[in-house]
Design a protein around this ligand. Structure first.
Ligand SMILES: CC(C)(COP(=O)(O)OP(=O)(O)OC[C@H]1O[C@@H](n2cnc3c(N)ncnc32)[C@H](O)[C@@H]1OP(=O)(O)O)[C@@H](O)C(=O)NCCC(=O)NCCS
Length: 154
């Protein structure tokens, strides 16, 4: 269960802030775990410079879709904000009993792959997208998968 000390709705590392925008509940009939959507801003600002979402829990479909999805607006790239945003979500995931965050991306997505490497995530490999996965219908055929082990000791 979430602790009372972590405010999972507003997170900061002093450089960027994450502001929760929406929390999708679980939808077991559709194989959906809860999903939190955050806006990324510079610290103290309200202006959106990107987004990140966290899916909470485990489901086989997440081996392909991953637990997080991030986007940084072009004008704000180059400062590792996606990596910072992921690091801010680590405690949220831990607070919900997760011990790892799976990040997947297109094998050609060098910026996302580098973000995973910088996080220290383990490269699990390149995997085919199952034909019955919703990402297949959207055209994805392969994903890189990284497992980011969370520090459960702190
Ligand atoms: C992926 C994304 C969020 C990264 O944004 P960011 O946090 O600003 O990342 P940065 O620009 O700081 O780059 C992170 C690392 O990737 C490297 N990188 C960025 N673009 C690269 C490219 N085209 N080729 C190789 N390396 C690249 C950077 O050099 C940096 O690594 P380094 O500092 O060790 O050299 C951003 O590119 C984006 O929004 N892309 C579109 C959406 C997307 O692809 N999301 C991921 C889906 S999982």
């Amino acid at each position: 269960m979430p602790t009372e000390t972590l405010n999972e709705d507003h997170l900061t590392d002093g450089v960027i802030d994450l502001h929760v925008q929406m929390k999708d509940p679980a939808d077991p009939a559709r194989g959906r775990v809860p999903q939190y959507h955050y806006k990324i801003t510079l610290h103290g600002s309200e202006e959106e410079i990107g987004t990140i979402r966290l899916r909470i829990g485990e489901h086989p479909a997440l081996l392909t879709a991953g637990h997080v999805g991030y986007f940084v607006a072009e004008g704000s790239r180059g400062r590792h904000f996606a990596e910072r945003a992921c690091r801010l979500l680590g405690p949220v995931a831990l607070d919900h009993g997760m011990t790892r965050i799976i990040v997947t991306c297109d094998p050609e997505n060098a910026a996302s792959r580098r973000t995973c490497e910088r996080l220290g995530a383990h490269f699990a490999g390149i995997f085919e997208v199952p034909t019955d996965h919703e990402m297949y219908a959207k055209g994805a055929r392969a994903v890189c998968r990284y497992d980011w082990a969370l520090n459960t000791e702190s």
